[in-house]
Design a protein around this ligand. Structure first.
Ligand SMILES: [Zn+2]
Length: 307
């Protein structure tokens, strides 16, 4: 079986300016490396257009309107201190969302077994009414709503292994029993949320805070709790908020994973997805800011997805 890689070159035109950690090269190094594999098990797809009503399920209409009015004709516009829009961001942000929609369609139609979306900007910090932490639209949240609405699923799980807590995804689904949100993240740390006692109105949120300095063994051990929660929820589909900034070389955080830990982690998630939901799984890129570490880590992640 095959793994879909969903990407397009419009991410290049989302220009965050000089010295911004969330820069175009992040996706470029990932794609270049995956292309070099020349694997017959990778199916390359571009994001398709999608009905904007799915964006409206995850975000408030006034927020969407204000973002839409903020794309500059030239130069840059700051949605906040670190979330920046350029003229090309309009297409890039929509294509990032479109990628997860395309990936989901491909898995549901069995064009490929699972998929990885190589996109930017990331999404998991974007709340229902607020852009935050380089994120404009919450890509993974739109994907979850798409599964609930278009495919009439009633149980979608999101596992977020980015080193930062996905405050946006938690905010959007905090009272939604159809979506289980699980996050492992450095804590206390940016964005401030993600304490263990934030459990969702329907007990549909599991936060596993990890201290700065956490190493492989402790990190992977934390996933025993993730898998227990996941089994109890019994999802029909698993989405991964795949950030690779828990790597030891990442400049934005202090968790100490090695590149090949993402192989082990993905393998364990895959094994469980086989047991629970016929392997239906889509992964989307969130953070990861050391280019070499990101390239290696994604390589291990996708290697595991392909097996
Ligand atoms: Zn992150």
């Amino acid at each position: 079986m095959k793994t879909g890689i969903i990407t397009t070159d419009t991410y290049l035109n989302h220009d965050t300016g000089q010295d911004h950690p969330e820069r175009a090269e992040r996706v470029t190094v990932v794609i270049e490396h995956l292309k070099k594999l020349k694997s017959k098990n990778l199916v390359w797809k571009k994001p398709t257009k999608f009905d904007l009503k799915y964006l409206q399920l995850a975000h408030d209409n006034n927020y969407l309107k204000s973002v839409n009015d903020s794309f500059p004709r030239e130069g840059v516009h700051f949605l906040n201190g670190d979330t920046i829009l350029s003229p090309g961001s309009k297409e890039a942000t929509i294509d990032a969302v479109g990628s997860i929609i395309t990936a989901i369609d491909g898995v549901m139609k069995k064009n490929f077994r699972n998929a990885f979306c190589a996109v930017r900007p990331p999404g998991h910090h974007a709340e229902k009414k607020k852009a935050m932490g380089f994120c404009v639209y919450n890509n993974v949240a739109v994907g979850a709503y798409y599964l609930l609405e278009k495919y009439c699923l009633s149980k979608v799980a999101i596992i977020d292994f980015d080193v930062h807590h996905g405050n946006g995804t938690q905010n959007i689904f905090y009272n939604n029993e159809n979506v289980l949100y699980i996050s492992t993240h450095q804590y206390p740390y940016y964005p401030g949320s993600g304490a263990a006692n934030e459990k969702g109105i329907k007990d549909n949120v599991l936060n596993i805070p990890l201290a700065a300095g956490t190493r492989t063994h402790e990190f992977l051990n934390a996933y025993d709790r993730v898998f227990k929660k996941l089994k109890n929820f019994n999802p029909e589909f698993i989405l991964l908020s795949a950030g690779f900034d828990a790597h030891k070389d990442d400049p934005l955080a202090q968790i100490n994973l090695e590149s090949n830990d993402y192989y082990t982690l993905t393998k364990r998630i895959m094994t469980l997805s086989k047991e629970l939901c016929e392997e239906k799984l889509v992964s989307i890129l969130e953070g990861g800011y050391n280019l070499k570490a990101l390239q290696e880590s994604v390589n291990y992640h996708v290697k595991s997805l392909m097996e």
